[in-house]
Design a protein around this ligand. Sequence first.
Ligand code: GAL
Length: 747
Amino acid sequence: MKRILTALVLTCTVSLQSFAQDIFLENAKFRVGDDASWSGVSVDESSWRNITNTTTWTSQGVKCENGFGWYRYHVNIPKSLLEKSDLKETVDFKMGKIDDADEVYLNGKLIGKTGRFPSDANGYLGQWNTPRLYSVKVNSGLIKWDADNVIAVRVYNAGDPGGMFSGPVCVRVPNTIDNLSIVIKEKNLTPNPSTVGEGTAVCTLNSKMDATKSGVFTVKVQDPESGKVLTEKTQKVSVNAKKSRAINLPYDNHQMVRIIATFTESKTGLSTTTQYIPKYILTPAAPAEPRFNTTPLYGVRPGSPIHFRFGVSGEKPMKFSSDDLPNGLAINPDNGALSGKLDRPGSYTFTVKAKNAKGEQTQKFTIRCGSKIALTPPMGWNSWNCWGLSVTQDKVISSSKALIEKGLADYGYCYMNIDDGWEAPKRNADGTIAVNEKFPSMKELGDWLHSEGLKFGIYSSPGDLTCGGYLGSIDHELQDAESYNSWGIDYLKYDWCGYGRKHRTEPDNQTVASYVRPYLLMERCLRQQPRDIFYSLCQYGMAEVWKWGHAVDANSWRTTGDITDTWESLYDIGFGQQPDLYPYAQPGHWNDPDMLIVGKVGWSNNLRDSRLTPDEQYTHISLWTLLASNMLIGCDIAQMDDFTVSLLCNHEVNAVNQDILGKQAQRVVLDGSIQIWSRPLSDGSYAVGIFNVGPSDARVDFKKYFKEMGISSLQSVRDLWRQQNLSTTDVNYFIPTHGVKYLKVRF
Ligand code: GAL
């Protein structure tokens, strides 16, 4: 709901003097299913439920993934509306955003359609982010003046969430100004953040009027903190339906700004305004000299093969070497991949050197060879949030190559994990698991990843079937663990799903032991393998998994249901469900609030930009690093833009996630929309995230919370995103809606 409010504030077109003649409809009758007769005027709605369009049907308890639902609105349209319009040509139905495709009927007649249904020629096309506007001619005979009109909306949803969600439907007889609209898009996010950021906002005025309309088009870049206008352009423009007018507006894309465009029509004096928040890069560019970015501590069990890559940013090519490598280990001089094994337990410390044309750097590094792995949370990629079940070996390879080329491997991202969708429909005759045609060779894929110092992950279920309906491991646990070993698997995500059917029939299914059982079984099979396999439990937090996950030697456990790329989901999972879980995280065993939702995601072959605003994305990464969460990138890395790279590759931010103390943040302040989360770090300082989860920008005086946080005075304050020291006395911060001030403090 809060996300929706902001979305409205950001994108609504304001034509103040038109408001008087608008009719707003928020509530409808609703039914899941699909029946052509529901478009008609007389339909028995007595068994239909009430629903609002201010938030998705999913968040109102409707279960309808990959299916149809219908909304029906009743509205009296008074003839007097006509008198208030200077045009009197059409009645407009502004339906807002609809997730994902729709058809709208007025009194039984189709008046508009956006997106495509699966049965349409060319197949399904989702358009969740497009505001719908359908028009009917005043003299079409379709409108029943001063009487009840029925607006019936047929909605198809692919994946959750679904339905109408961006607020009231608006019925209006438009003025000239209502037929003029402004679209703002950003282009050219500077590829190299070290040059002064040159973003360009393209503000386009579009007209639906055939006749030429003239007026004044003003576009400006505003600093939301000071309200100061940083750049402004004003032009007299004329447009008609065949012509749109664009003004390009440059801005510094290293700064949080708002782009505001207004057109005032000369004849009526009415104006329309649109606001847009562009992406902005805070992470400073890495120096050209080598810089070590990964935690210098790594856990391995005796005899297990080591696959590790030293994360070092800086100009390439780069050479890696070490004079005191423990026996049994080798470094690939060209990519910094460490390989080999250690047979005896102990702590092995050595120095690694990275050298390029600009300079060299060394770092002391310790391998702790013992019973524990995952001494810091895993960093890497998983195929689910982007590709869903359409994952292929080629897609894994393309994201892996991009991980290296775009420099993410230089920041410690190393696990490349295939989620659901790799299994063949039938096992081999000997009972071993078979891969489907999308994965020609798991062994070759594993070998290649390891040669790059990366790691290889896979997915299965303790049940007969996975969530996607592929084969699970039931009754073949040891065989599967052996296959994983032979392919070189380093990470197993083990997803409850189909096991639920078996569990329901078990006599002790009320007990924690019944939830532990399938996970313990697989743990024993994994531990028989001569390699370290990160064990990731996925059962959505059932039976308080955080209380027993470590007992089945899980390295992480999902604490919630699936995340999706909306503020509601991020808020619910991150802020709603994590506050009490901090006592359960520790080196080797981590709470997992699910994978990252930045970049291009889509859970299918159709990828889209994350629906989170730039500030929500800063909040997401800040909170996940505070939570000592798994940092698994969920987007297609090959299509990752520089903004997303900058979010994921800030070594000071990531250092919080990877801190070797391994303490998860606690929520230490809850003050209306302001929440402060804090975690102690191994160097004696604290990482502190001050979050504004409210619908409007806020000013926060950090001092106000000192007492609550046990701070008497501050010795140092560092802005982690900007990597800059800040004043220890002036601690008053502007925090945009859904945004964060992320600090490292000493007190
Ligand atoms: C869900 C799981 C997702 C994904 C999916 C695959 O149960 O939570 O993260 O793995 O199954 O079908």
